[in-house]
Design a protein around this ligand. Structure first.
Ligand code: FE2
Length: 497
């Protein structure tokens, strides 16, 4: 096992590092779409950095003034920043989903979401189980297709240069109409001449949960598809892979469908966390055999895993863990959430012994964290460096305002913070051309700058993030706090840009 130093408890911050109104303003809708060359750049875009950064997130946090109740329910809006020869071009477009088109035409909320009800009380929601595919969670560029992902629905395909919506995509017939495709695929780098693989999953809920695994080659052709049923309800947002397994954490969360069916509550409000039940680590063999392994560990809730690998007969999983489900219980919606009442997300390391079916866990970092990322060549392999969005303060729950680099070998932590007025987005690691060292690259993160009510693409040198961004690409407008993105070395621009 790699040498690991754990975080020590530290004195609580006396005063918040952020102004709540600043954070809330970062959730104002951005209904407009833009196309321009970024002319406000501090610092210099590194010479070797070339390609396109894509990011997805909720662009609308209201429909014609009717607020949505949960940040997961906003319409997906894609940002694309194409970087070439020291210049950068910005473009954003809403995904023209069925729901976006219908609601914009009607000028009101027509769909239920994960945590949002249609206005009008239970009578307006009763027996309406159709939840909007917001296409807002992730964006991938695979097999020359740009796909906006939302875990309970089919991907929407967009033109990678113009961001025009091309429609729902079955991945050339891999998916049946309506079959979902999760928002957290993992890309396994090919070794010894083999091509890269995209590994993803979908979940079908009933009295039990059926997990389907998909493995696609670089051209998007299906290499593997197999389904496995596990007992009970499973909210599975993410998974990790090793050379032999797809690994899921089935958190002790149950779903009571009755208040949802009768229109009294949103789906999110029908979830219940059981603190006395274990979390189950589910290991599905990637070769498609039925030898699924289920191991029990401490109760916790996980949205995002960092990485997993196999070592000396054991499986290691690094995850961002909450002690319970972080439910939005504020009457006025997520903007009014009480951060102090929510569990803090921490970095935990799990060691799974498949022989004796035991799991050990270790809390590695107690600073509030989310959106982990790493060098793409180390997905499913042992690794040294992890990058995450973190809170500015070392203790307590707070919005993400900083980027942390964790060195698992030395235990060293590097932090760069955008506090008090900056709010961090997911960091995306981009390799420097001809890089040798694992941290030889850049971190790209779209941050909300409340002081100027605009967003900025921060480019950090991953070798030393404490120096601060080597370049800050200031946009002309703000982009609401978002979710996930990717980077491709292809410079994708419309003809004539
Ligand atoms: Fe996610």
């Amino acid at each position: 096992m790699q040498k690991l130093q754990t975080s020590q408890p530290q004195t609580a911050a006396k005063k918040p590092s952020y102004d709540r109104a600043d954070w809330q303003r970062g959730y104002e809708s951005q209904p407009n779409e833009f196309d321009y060359w970024i002319d406000n750049i501090e610092g210099k875009i590194p010479a070797g950095l070339q390609g396109t950064f894509f990011r997805n997130g909720s662009g609308l946090l209201d429909v014609n003034g009717q607020p949505i109740h949960h940040p997961f329910d906003g319409d997906g809006m894609i940002c694309a920043i194409a970087i070439s020869e020291g210049r950068a071009h910005f473009r954003n477009r809403f995904v023209r989903t069925e729901g976006y088109i219908a609601e914009q035409k009607a000028g009101k909320i027509l769909y239920r979401g994960f945590g949002t009800q249609k206005p009008g009380g239970p009578l307006a929601n009763i027996f309406d189980v159709k939840v909007k595919n917001a296409a807002n969670t992730n964006i991938i560029y695979w097999g020359e297709k740009l796909l906006a992902l939302w875990e309970a629905g089919q991907p929407y395909r967009l033109d990678p240069c113009t961001l025009d919506t091309l429609g729902l995509d079955t991945l050339d017939g891999i998916l049946q109409p309506g079959e979902p495709f999760a928002a957290h695929p993992r890309i396994e780098k090919g070794k010894n001449g083999a091509g890269d693989r995209l590994v993803n999953f979908s979940v079908k809920q009933g009295l039990s949960s059926t997990i389907t695994i998909y493995e696609l080659d670089e051209s998007g052709k299906l290499l593997q598809r197999h389904a496995h049923t596990i007992p009970g309800f499973a909210l599975l947002h993410d998974m990790v892979i090793t050379p032999n397994y797809c690994i899921f954490f089935q958190n002790p969360l149950s779903f009571n469908p009755l208040p949802f069916l009768l229109g009294f509550r949103s789906a999110a409000d029908c979830l219940k966390f059981s603190p006395n039940k274990p979390t189950q680590a589910i290991l599905i063999p990637r070769n498609g055999t039925d030898e699924v392994k289920i191991l029990e560990t401490k109760p916790c809730f996980v949205f995002h895993h960092c990485n997993a690998w196999e070592e000396a007969g054991e499986v290691f999983v690094d995850s961002i863990c909450y002690e319970s489900f972080p439910a939005v219980e504020a009457e006025g919606g997520f903007r009014e959430v009480d951060f102090d009442s929510l569990p803090v997300s921490e970095l935990w390391r799990f060691k799974l012994n498949l022989q004796d079916k035991t799991v050990q866990h270790q809390v590695v970092e107690t600073r509030c964290c989310e959106f982990p990322t790493l060098h793409p060549n180390n997905v499913g392999q042992p690794y040294r460096y992890l990058y995450m969005g973190v809170a500015d303060a070392p203790r307590g729950n707070a919005p993400l305002q900083a980027i942390l680099k964790f060195d698992f070998v030395t235990g060293e932590k590097q932090i760069w913070s955008a506090a008090p007025h900056g709010f961090a987005g997911e960091p995306v690691f981009v390799l420097r051309p001809d890089a040798v060292a694992e941290d030889d690259g850049w971190l790209l993160s779209l941050m909300y700058d409340a002081a100027n009510h605009r967003s900025t693409l921060m480019i950090l040198d991953a070798r030393d993030i404490t120096k601060g961004p080597v370049a800050r690409l200031h946009l002309k407008q703000h982009i609401p706090h978002g979710f996930h993105g990717c980077f491709t070395p292809n410079v994708l621009l419309p003809i004539g840009s």
